[in-house]
Write a protein that binds this ligand. Structure first.
Ligand code: FAD
Length: 449
């Protein structure tokens, strides 16, 4: 690489990439618009978490931080579904294999581990509160919001969904992109610990209150609280403007949850409402000068819990292409996009359809019958069949392949439900074998404790 190497954004993708590049022997400067999250007060003790799964775990193993990450994760073995009314919540296990578990992890703490590891390489300079405004490819200069500039040779755009690096590539004509709004928004809330400091709900499950058009989900934090997120149509949020309206909404839809959160109305009014969109970009690079990754290239809606996992998987793929073509960056960037784009498009679509599964499917008898049969078939034919959710979450099979296999499996399962006399085992054993270089084939290889 010629000239100074810069990364815009020190989120999960940028900080992970910094480690990979340092391991290849490059010196790198990372420019991050926010303050250093390891030192800054991120506000009111709120801990925002997300689900870590196999595609994120693999790179964390790669760069040697998995033991530290293991200390801060909480395993979630299935969905705890809180149906309408006074029913007992029901656990729907994610899978039947030992490693089929997702992990709740604090965004900030995971990011901090990656930043520490990047610094520990001795090759990474982190510059915080440096908001990139634009990239001047002609002059080889980065322009920052504070008026300063820095020279660069290659810039890696890990600067999230509103990426200025992407904007600068778009300006050259090399990239086109669209942000497709979902029309549903989200709001994060905190479910505090019980009086004795322990979790009010089972911490080892992802809790869902599915309500058809909208839903609430909750993931545990090690501090005894849960991060809770309401996902709903924009109009639903627009209608929830007063304390009375918010209280009535929760009393009617989520009475069990509302009773556990004394300051629910204050939280609801104070916490921001976030927008959700799918970012579809085409042309992730500009010559041998710039390339995009993570949300900047392929932001997805959060319903498959894959945005960060996919971002880290992309960074790992980019590392491989850079090592394969060290003397031709433009080729490395193109091969990286050629490999990743069909797959990130596939997860973008699957993430949208998983929203419907989560907010409605998990209490639909037809869905449940199919899911039960899929798990039974997986038990009988583990080398031939794995449910879609499991291929996405617990394997590194390319997303597009997972989608294609899932479509074939869905046809067989649908036919077997419609006509129980069908020899479903024969149909399943005709499916191609699952790849044997995959964590699916070696369940223990990637499990966190
Ligand atoms: C409600 C919600 C729940 C989610 N849950 C999950 C989940 O369970 N599992 C999962 O895998 N994913 C989840 N995601 C998605 C996940 O958060 C993102 O996909 C992931 O953070 C992308 O990482 P990134 O590094 O590409 O981008 P980001 O995390 O957005 O990081 C970009 C970084 O760049 C910095 N930056 C931005 N602009 C500039 C600039 N101009 N100059 C310099 N720096 C800049 C930002 O401050 C940030 O640090 C969820 C997302 C949402 C909204």
């Amino acid at each position: 690489m010629n000239g100074p190497i810069a990364i815009a954004g020190a989120g999960p993708a940028g900080s992970l990439l910094a480690i990979y590049l340092a391991r290849q022997g490059y010196d790198v400067t990372v420019y991050e618009s926010r303050a250093d999250l390891r030192r800054a007060d991120i506000g009111a003790g709120r801990s925002i978490n997300l689900a870590l799964a196999t595609r994120g775990i693999v790179p964390l193993v790669d760069v040697g931080v998995i033991a530290r990450v293991d200390e801060i994760t909480i395993p979630m073995r299935g969905r705890m579904v809180h149906a309408v009314g006074d029913t007992t919540p029901e656990l729907q296990p994610y899978g039947i294999l030992e490693h089929e578990v997702i992990h709740s992890v604090s965004r900030t703490d995971l990011n901090a581990i990656l930043l520490d590891a990047a610094e520990a390489t001795g090759r990474v300079t982190l510059e915080f509160e440096k908001r990139l405004d634009s990239v001047d490819f002609m002059e080889s200069v980065l322009h920052f919001h504070d008026g300063s500039t820095a020279p660069f040779g290659v810039i890696f755009g890990a600067d999230g969904a509103n990426s200025p690096v992407r904007e600068s590539i778009v300006a050259t004509g090399a990239c086109s992109f669209a942000a497709e709004a979902l029309g549903h928004d989200y709001k994060e809330l905190t479910l505090p610990p019980g009086a004795d400091g322990s979790h009010c709900l089972d911490p080892n499950a992802l809790h869902i209150w599915p309500r058809g058009e909208f839903m609430l989900i909750a993931l545990a934090n090690p501090t005894g609280d849960f991060t809770v997120t309401l996902f709903a149509p924009t109009e639903t949020f627009d209608a929830l403007q007063t304390g009375y309206g918010i209280q009535s909404f929760f009393d009617q839809e989520f009475a069990e949850f509302g009773a556990l959160v004394p300051d629910l109305i204050d939280q609801f009014l104070e916490n921001p409402t976030g927008k959700l969109a799918t970012i579809r970009a085409s042309g992730w690079s500009y010559q041998d000068r710039a390339v995009l990754m993570g949300d900047a290239a392929h932001g997805v809606v959060p319903f498959h819990g894959q945005g960060m996992n996919a971002a880290m998987e992309s960074v790992r793929a980019l590392d491989r292409h850079l090592r394969d073509s060290p003397d031709d960056l433009a080729v490395a960037f193109q091969r990286y996009e050629a490999e990743r784009k069909p797959n990130t498009d596939a997860i973008a679509d699957m993430a949208i359809s998983n929203y419907i599964e989560m907010r409605a499917g998990v209490v639909d008898p037809d869905y449940l019958a199919k899911r039960t049969l899929a798990l039974e078939l997986q038990q009988r034919h583990p080398r031939h069949l794995s449910p879609r959710y499991n291929m996405v979450m617990f394997s590194t099979m390319p997303y597009a392949e997972a989608r294609a296999r899932a479509a074939e499996q869905a046809e067989i399962i649908g036919a077997a439900i419609a006509d129980p006399s069908i020899d479903v085992d024969a149909l399943v054993t005709n499916l191609p074998l699952l790849p044997d270089n995959d964590p699916l084939a070696d369940p223990k290889a990637l499990s966190l404790s």
